[in-house]
Design a protein around this ligand. Structure first.
Ligand SMILES: [Mn+2]
Length: 431
């Protein structure tokens, strides 16, 4: 079970007391700066307050590469301990009230008990994730050569049945969405017929789509390559869009920032999917070369800002626009809790900066073809230090002014290291 140590409200209050005066001075200074640009800091803070990001259950454990995994002390050994870590992240950051489960890694014995445990941590369940990219003990058919697109109908039926199980479980947990990602594809030219594989993919998805309860959404996640290194069936946003359109209104596309070739203009893909009415949500991470799953904003924060620039533009045109946001990272050299807290802040920061863009002025400059002034306008928003707004948000919501410092001072990790002696083979790992 989840263990006993938790960070107390008294500890948090003491942490905040020491930092509060400096924060208030910084916040007042930023308020004046923004007022000069006719921006109301309280309006900005209010908009940010409604921003929610989901934590993937597998993110609170150390990830790994194809070469090795180096687990840290006190890592969660089951879904309840994962929830405890997610609850701590939410307690300090106040931006991550949801958890995204991965089945079968997080398969509960009793869904009601799991749901109650989440609610006790102040958490709800975001999108459910099915897994047909690896074989499970006792499974009848292997996914070595694919799952939803396998040439053998019996394998496809098994993969479809797993997705239906995940939906049914999600209903009992209070989730309202499922993310389907398959690594199906080919490693060799000639191994698969590209068109036939895509037809089988769509046919399998149709069977899952038919089982969606009312109000549920199915997210399709495309990925350029890996584990299929020559050709992945759902390899890009165009394929993903076509499938989502064929399936119907309850299917939308999910953009994982790492699932693109280096230098791809991801913000433009976001704009296209928004325009076509099929943008469903995001998996945030960062990358330098491939699907590195590095921490959000650690390599290319400007790209993250430009993505949010599109999202804020979309929300202005359609107030009902509400994509799902999740972190999807692999933490190999950091404490996963620290990385997730830091990354949640980076995503919030990009959103806050995008909210600063004077969109009426930008439209004028675009109309006048004043390229440099339009670019400078975006840069000015991107270069504004919104850290005091993010810290004030956390303080007002009962979180920590400096989550990383509070976490390190709290002794949480050391306490969990003694509560959670290492167990072999738990369900977090390479993602
Ligand atoms: Mn992902």
């Amino acid at each position: 079970m989840a263990g006993t140590f938790s960070i107390t409200p008294d500890f948090l209050a003491e942490h905040n007391r020491a930092l509060r005066a400096d924060l208030e001075a910084d916040y007042a200074h930023l308020a004046k700066q923004l007022a000069r640009a006719k921006l109301d800091i309280e309006e900005l803070t209010d908009k940010l307050q409604r921003f929610a990001l989901a934590i993937p259950s597998w993110g609170v454990g150390t990830g790994g590469t194809r070469f090795a995994r180096f687990p840290g002390p006190g890592e969660p050994r089951d879904v309840f301990e994962k929830l405890a870590d997610c609850g701590t992240i939410q307690q300090l950051c106040r931006a991550t009230p949801a958890v995204s489960l991965h089945i079968p890694w997080d398969e509960p014995k009793d869904a009601g008990v799991l749901r109650a445990a989440a609610e006790a941590q102040g958490l709800r369940f975001d999108a459910m994730n099915s897994n047909t990219f690896q074989d499970q003990p006792g499974q009848k058919h292997s996914y070595k050569f694919g799952s939803l697109t396998h040439t053998d109908a019996a394998v496809r039926a098994q993969a479809i049945a797993h997705n239906l199980h995940v939906i049914e479980l999600g209903q009992r947990l209070g989730s309202t969405s499922i993310t389907v990602w398959v690594g199906d594809g080919a490693n060799f030219p000639g191994q698969a017929n590209h068109r036939a594989a895509l037809e089988r993919y769509l046919e399998s998805l149709r069977a899952i789509y038919r089982a969606l309860p009312p109000g549920w959404v199915m997210y399709l996640e495309h990925k350029l390559y890996e584990p299929a290194f020559y050709a992945t069936v759902n390899n890009d946003w165009g394929t993903s869009y076509w499938c989502a359109r064929e399936l119907g209104p309850q299917c939308r596309c999910l953009v994982d920032l790492g699932h693109h070739a280096p230098n791809t203009n991801i913000e433009m893909i976001v704009a296209r999917l928004v325009q076509l009415g099929k943008l469903g949500g995001f998996h945030f991470n960062d990358s330098k070369y491939g699907d590195d799953d590095l921490d959000s904003g650690s390599i290319n924060p400007f790209q993250l800002f430009l993505v949010f620039n599109e999202l804020v533009d979309a929300a202005q045109r359609d107030p009902a626009f509400a994509p799902a946001y999740m972190l999807d990272q692999s933490h190999n050299v950091t404490d996963p809790i620290e990385s997730l807290m830091s990354s949640a802040g980076e995503v919030q920061r990009a959103f806050a900066q995008a909210l600063l863009v004077d969109r009426a002025r930008l439209a004028e400059l675009q109309q006048q073809n004043d390229a440099l002034a339009a670019h400078r306008l975006l840069k000015q928003a991107f270069q504004t230090d919104v850290a005091p707004v993010l810290a004030m948000l956390r303080l007002r919501a009962g979180g920590a002014i400096d989550p990383l410092a509070a976490f390190r001072q709290s002794g949480y990790r050391a306490a969990k290291a003694s509560e959670r002696p290492a167990a072999a083979g738990h369900g977090s790992g390479i993602v």
